[in-house]
Ligand binder design. Structure first.
Ligand code: AOF
Ligand code: ZN
Length: 366
């Protein structure tokens, strides 16, 4: 039986899990709380793959007071011996009396076995408290485990008249400093940042998050570059984080070698028409443990992803300015003959960042 009190302790465990927002890749963000009577006696957050899981840290803090305690965990305790030991066994050994779990771990290595092991040891387990919040914290990990592809978050800065640049390409900057600082945080949380080669050639971006504190882990930089046109002296080679260049079947050995020497890892992909097969790319990224991807797309890549129904979330930073006639539209879709055919999106939240609006959208569910 779950109570209000359970919900409130699980809320605290979720807050702990959020400490891993920028660093747990490729693992999920997980928090754990040990409660003895009315008192919190242990707190844990999983922070880094290869290091202790949340439960282990929380149990260590609780020590002997874990005996008879209730433990709140935002993801099913693991049952496998991975980089760290099975958390289900650690909970059993500590003698806890009850475990409240936000959601089952879809990782096939766990998938219900952690909960089964606790129950087999006579420990009651309540499942589902805070499930929506826990899911929201790990969209990429969950989608990779459940659907074999990463979570695609498309990010664009647009004008009030729906454009990303003037006709001559000028686009720096539409949004103000606060919105641009927010993008750095969006970069820092993901497993990979993705752009088309057009963006590399036009803006020569570094694509590494710039935050006040150095990160323990930097996202991979993925460039969609069918013909391998990325210059070997592109700025992204000099910034922190690995570079992956996704290219098509027909690229010269010389180009391949030059770019590998510059530090790139090359990902050969099949074509879908004249462009890279995006589904194949996402499958490959999932195989390389990429959870969330921030796509900093120009209109071409954005349109391709939208047409293929591959955008899971759209972050639109709207600058209240007008770019006028001849400006480059945010996407090229349609034309649609009837409004009923026009794709609609669901608003999932907004934030005013100084003079700009950050709008979070998800595809309309049918
Ligand atoms: C937990 N508690 O805090 C986390 C869990 O390679 P390892 O040993 O770190 O295992 C990673 C897997 O463990 C990960 O894919 C996910 O299924 C689970 N994460 N489990 O009991 C935690 N982070
Ligand atoms: Zn574990």
């Amino acid at each position: 039986m779950l109570t209000e009190r359970d919900a409130s302790f699980m809320g605290a465990a979720l807050d702990l899990a959020r400490q891993g927002l920028y660093s747990t890749h490729p693992n999920p963000r997980v928090g754990a709380l040990v409660v003895q009577g009315e008192n919190i006696v242990g707190r844990g957050a999983h922070l880094f793959a290869g290091e202790a899981h949340a439960e282990v840290i929380a149990l260590a803090e609780a020590g002997a007071t874990a005996r008879g305690a209730t433990v709140y965990v935002t993801l099913e305790p693991c049952s496998h011996q991975g980089r760290t030991g099975p958390c289900a066994d650690a909970l059993i050994d500590a003698g806890v009396a009850r475990v409240v779990v936000a959601m089952q771990d879809p990782n096939p290595l766990v998938a219900g076995q952690g909960i089964a092991r606790l129950r087999a040891a006579g420990i009651p387990v309540d499942l589902g408290c805070g499930e929506a919040e826990s899911r929201a914290l790990n969209p990429g990990f969950l989608q990779r485990m459940e659907k074999g592809r990463p979570w695609i978050r498309l990010k664009q800065a647009i004008s009030l008249d729906g454009a990303v640049a003037l006709g001559n390409g000028q686009s720096q900057w539409l949004t103000g400093t606060l919105a641009r600082a927010d993008v750095q945080k969006e970069r820092a949380r993901v497993s990979a940042i993705m752009v088309g080669v057009g963006t590399v050639l036009a803006d020569n971006p570094r694509l590494a998050p710039r935050l006040e504190v150095p990160l323990r882990r930097y996202p991979v930089k993925v460039v969609l570059d069918t013909q391998l046109r990325t210059p070997a002296d592109a700025a992204l080679f000099a910034s922190p984080g690995t570079v992956w260049l996704a290219h098509g079947p027909e690229v010269s050995a010389v180009k391949r070698r030059t770019l590998q020497k510059a530090g790139a890892e090359l990902l050969a992909l099949p074509l879908d028409g004249v462009r890279l097969d995006l589904r194949a790319l996402l499958q490959l990224l999932a195989g390389k443990q990429i959870n969330e991807v921030l796509v900093e797309a120009g209109p071409t890549l954005a349109s391709a992803l939208l047409r293929a129904d591959l955008v899971d979330e759209w972050l639109v930073y709207v600058a209240p300015m007008l770019l006028g006639q001849g400006a480059r539209a945010v996407v090229q879709l349609g034309p649609f003959a009837r409004l009923a055919e026009a794709p609609r999106w669901q608003s999932r939240g907004f934030e005013l960042l100084d003079n700009d609006l950050k709008w979070t959208l998800r595809p309309q569910e049918n």
